[in-house]
Design a protein around this ligand. Structure first.
Ligand code: FAD
Length: 400
């Protein structure tokens, strides 16, 4: 493993342990599909996450008292970086990174006992029911209603852009339990079993032919009151707690590390004027510029992680800055991959994207370039668009 930062002997030993474990444990078929940036299904993700879970590393950001490994910020960084370097699938964040910390921070003992072990073991797939057709950036305007019906709520409304709702067993969902004087008031945070009658998941196909998005329609869905997290009407507080943590993750170091390696591989193989494109001084300069930016981002992400690691919050300003910079860098790398792939990489090969066909040849490497370019445009939208992040910085950091 190529370590540029000065790790202590204990950290280096940990890095070696992670490296050796992944080398031996990551199934070859999954590694190959990730290497070529091909579509993975629920079974692929779950298989890898359960291998990690058996080692106690699926909920790797959790403290020991909740059954996590209690890693330091540096250990988490090492794990994420090594996972990306060795072509591990991204751990789906909805359980371990999103709802898990909300449940162990604000949930009831019964919710903790029921959900935390299943999230740690990766036996349950969660999805995030925040956005609605008329409430994205302006999330607090959300209109999905939860009416008090005695021992349960009756939920009616529509969620949209719900990633992997078609795989999900449970959804954490923001609903309106009352109208307050401010839109943020009267929002509640509910845990909803996706098998409850009245839930309909409708696919939204993607530009490049894959399926991850959905609309989720909720009609008279009965949700037991025991599934309310924290206090009724305080959901905005829990939702913001979750988003702040989500945005640090959205600095996308893992993805950018992985994409950078792909860029090097492709630009090292594509020939231009009798030599690899990577040796062309102009192209090389573009690659070096984004490499330097990525390095700076890594160091700043470590700062945020150590704030979280020592019990604090990264602060909305730093989370937002990391989200903006991380997505810009990730998108820049996908642009350079497209530039390197050139006209040959413009053809869409659905069978290769789905992971069928000969993945070993050059065409397989190039074929995902435009699909990936389009898909990664989404990074500056989800988790709160980059324009909204700039608004947050303007308000909370610059005091404008
Ligand atoms: C890949 C992907 C996965 C997603 N997964 C989920 C999920 O699992 N669950 C979920 O709940 N949601 C999910 N989302 C939805 C995502 O959170 C929203 O798309 C996002 O919050 C933006 O909302 P919107 O799409 O309604 O756009 P809008 O809010 O309508 O924004 C449209 C444009 O206007 C700009 N804009 C809006 N308001 C302002 C303002 N005040 N100042 C400046 N510019 C502004 C925005 O930046 C954007 O460019 C996902 C989105 C994507 C792309």
């Amino acid at each position: 493993m190529n370590m540029e930062l000065a790790f202590s002997p204990a950290e280096q030993a940990f890095a070696d342990e992670v490296h050796d474990f992944i080398e031996h444990a990551l199934p070859a078929d999954i590694r190959e599909r990730v290497e070529h940036d091909l579509h993975l299904g629920r079974e692929d993700y779950m298989r890898w996450q359960q291998i990690l879970a058996a080692r106690g590393w699926h909920a790797y950001t959790w403290p020991k008292e909740h059954g996590g490994p209690g890693w330091s910020a540096v250990q988490r960084y090492i794990f994420e970086k090594t996972s990306a370097e060795l072509n591990c699938p991204t751990i789906q964040p909805f359980g371990p990174r999103m709802v898990g910390p909300v449940i162990f921070t604000f949930g009831s003992p019964a919710q903790q006992a029921r959900h935390l072990p299943a999230i740690r073991a990766s036996t349950v797939w969660w999805c995030q029911g925040y956005s609605e057709p008329a409430s994205g950036s302006d999330l607090a305007s959300l209109a999905t209603r939860a009416e008090d019906a005695g021992d349960h709520y009756l939920v009616n409304g529509q969620k949209i852009w719900t990633s992997y709702a078609h795989y999900a067993d449970w959804m954490f969902c923001l609903v309106r339990t009352r109208r307050g004087s401010r839109p943020q008031e009267g929002i509640s945070f509910l845990l909803i079993d996706m098998r409850t009658p009245g839930i309909e998941v409708q696919p939204i196909p993607m530009l490049e032919g894959t399926h991850s998005f959905n609309s989720v329609f909720l009609t008279d869905v009965r949700v037991p009151k025991a599934n309310l997290v924290g206090e009724e009407g305080q959901g905005w507080r829990y939702a913001k707690f979750l988003l702040e943590h989500e945005r640090v993750e959205n600095s996308n170091i893992g993805f950018s590390t992985f994409a950078m390696r792909r860029l090097h591989r492709i630009a090292g193989q594509v020939m231009q004027a009798g030599r690899p494109l990577l040796e062309d001084p102009l192209f090389r300069a573009k690659v070096s510029a984004v490499e330097a930016q990525l390095k700076a981002l890594e160091v700043n992400t470590l700062r945020a992680l150590s704030a979280i690691g020592s019990g604090g919050s990264p602060g909305a300003g730093l989370s937002s800055a990391l989200k903006i910079r991380g997505t810009e860098i990730g998108q820049r790398i996908t642009e350079l991959i497209c530039e390197a792939a050139g006209p040959e990489g413009m053809a869409l090969h659905p069978e290769l994207l789905a992971g069928r066909g000969d993945l070993g040849d050059m065409q397989a490497s190039l074929s995902g370039a435009p699909a990936n370019y389009f898909w990664r445009r989404a990074m500056s939208i989800y988790g709160g668009s980059n324009e909204i992040q700039r608004n947050i910085i303007a308000k909370q950091v610059l005091g404008l």
